[in-house]
Design a protein around this ligand. Sequence first.
Ligand SMILES: [Zn+2]
Length: 507
Amino acid sequence: MAGRNISRKQPEIQVQLDQEHPTGNFWVDNGLVALCDLVGEGTYPVDKILEEVQQRLLQKTGNVGEYLDENTGELREYEKVNWVYPTNLFIKVSGNAPKKKFSGKEYPIHPPCFELGLRFSKNQKYCDVCGDLAPVTDAKMWMFPFIVDPGKFGNFYSRGKRGINLCPRCAVAGAAGYLNWLWVAQGRDALHFFLFHSDLDEITRLRREVLHPLSLLRESRGGNIGLPFSGPYLHETTLGLLLELFSHVRRSEHLSEEGRKLLASLLGAEDSLPPAPLTLYAITGKPGQAFNMQVFREFSHLHALYRLYEAWIKALGGDNPQRTLTNVFRQFQTREGNQYNTLWREKIAWAVLEFSDPLPYVEAFLFDARAKEKNPFPLSWGTEPVLDHYAKEVLNVDENLLRVLGGFGHSLGTAAHEKNEMGLLYGLRNAKNLEEFLRVLNDIQFRLELTVPEKLLEIGQGERVAGSPWVRVKTMLSIYAMNNYLRAEKGPKPEQGGSANEQSAGE
Ligand SMILES: [Zn+2]
C-alpha cells in the first residue's frame, strides 16, 4: 500500500521535527508534540509523517466491501475503513480508487486509499502560523479545525477569509493535532474538546505522564477521558475536567508518582518554582455531518483555580471531600423528561471558572428549579461551606457577616417552614432594591417573630450592608433560608455523611 501512496508525489519535501521551535499556536504545537512522540525528533519526508498520522486516525468500520482483482478477474472482499470518531467530523477526505465495470456494476480495482495528501506551492511564502519562509499549502479545515466559520470567529480567524498558508512542518503538525486532544461527547447535542498549551517540553511531559495514562483508561463513544460530570455546555464540562485532573494531584491510582508530581507542579501545587504557564483551550460544537463550532474559550489561570479547589477540599474535610465537592457542582441540574437540563450548572461553572459571582445562579436554581420540584431536596451536603469559602475568598464578603447570614438563614428557613410561610422567602428573594429588602426583613421580624441581626442593618455607602453590596447579602440570605426550609421539610436528618441529601444525578 505504501508504494502506491508515494507514486504520484511532488518532489519530496522534508520536515524537521523537534521540540526547539514552538509556533505558539496551541493546535499546531500539540500536533508537533504528538509527532515527536510518535516518530521521534528528526527530519522526515512529509508523506512519511502523514502516513504515520493516517495509520492512527483510520479504523476499520466493521463493514466489508468488494473490489475487482484485475489479475484474477474476480471480486474480492476488503474491510472498509474510515476516519476514527470524532475526527471523521473534521476530516472529510474519502477513499480513492479507480473503478471498472464488472457484471454491469462499478467496482474499485483495489481497496480505496484514504490519504491525507498535501500540495505545496512552488514559490516560497511566509507561513501564517510560524512565520517561516517555505513552500506553503492552503490550510484545510481538517488540518486546522479553527478556520471554520471565519464569519463567526472573525477576530480570531481573520486570516480565514483569504485562506491560511501553512509551511510543511505546521501542516503535518496540524494533521497530527487530533492525536493530542481530549474529547468528550454529549450524545448528539455537543462535542467538547480540550487542548493544553505550554512550552513544548511541558506539553510533551503532560502528554506522556498525565493525559495519556488518564485518557487510555477510557476510549469510548463518549470520549477519551472519564469525567465526574459533563453536559452539553462548555463551562460545566470544563469544570468537570478540571475537578477530575485536580483530583490526581494529591494521590492517584492511575498516574505514576512522576506524573502526579508533574501535574502538581504544572498547577502550582508545589513550592518549587512554577514551570511555564499552562493554558487550557476548550471548544464546544455540535456534531452533525461536520463539526459546527459554537464556543471557544481559553483558561489561563489554572493555578488560581487549583488553589481554590485545594481550599475547598480543606474546608470540606471528611472521608471523601473530592466526592462531596463533585456532588456540590453536579447537583445544579433538573430533570426534564428523559434528560437533564444543566443550564444552571453551566452558569455556575462559568462564574467559578471566571472568578465571577455564582450566587445569583445558585439562588435562581434553588427558587426556580429545586424548590418547585415535587419532592424537593435541600442542596447537597457541603454546598454551604463551598459557597461560604468562595464568598469570602473571591467575593471578599466579610467573615463575620457570613457567620451571621448562615445563622440567621438557618433560623429564618426553619421558622418559615414551621409557620408555613414559604411566600416570605420568595418575597426576600424577589426584593428589587435595598428599600424592599429592608421591608421584607421587617416583615420577617413581625410575622415570624424573629429578631433580625443588627449586622444586616449596617447600611453603608453605596447601599452596602456590612461592607458587601446589599443584593449579595440578600442573595446569600435567600439561599441559606430556602435551603434550611427544604431541610426542615425533609425532617431531621444527619447533617454529615453526604449521601442523605444527595440526589442521584445520572449522567
Ligand atoms: Zn509554519
